[in-house]
Design a protein around this ligand. Sequence first.
Ligand SMILES: [Cu+2]
Length: 148
Amino acid sequence: MHNVLKPWILFVLLSWVIIAPADSAEPLVLKPSENGILRAELAVDSYSYTPADLIVTVDHPVELTLKSVTVIVPHNFVIKAPELGVEINQNVPAGKTVTVRFTPTHPGKAKFYCDKKLLFFKSHEEKGMKGTLEVKEKEVKEKEVKEK
Ligand SMILES: [Cu+2]
């Protein structure tokens, strides 16, 4: 019995160790819907956004649905990236779902974060509530994506 189980357990543990970190670090590439809008839904929690890394395409309208999964703590969604043509400061009340829309006008990379902070405590951003928005040039090599 022991001899049969052991390799199996080892295999499960190993595959978890190998798969788990890669999975969570993988950025989400937003694909256009039928009307050309890049849509994604983000879970807003204390203190994280999931997914936290988004890749969009320049000059494509983006629509993010921010779904708060917290009960008490209010959050927000801030991007200050005039160099990308994106400036957002949107409140996300506890348990509510809000939508933000923007169209990046320049390629580049920016941070989004929650700037809420209670008194002398660490800000939500400092507690890990942040992510990245990467704006890519048009005509991303389709070939590379297909070959994966
Ligand atoms: Cu917050």
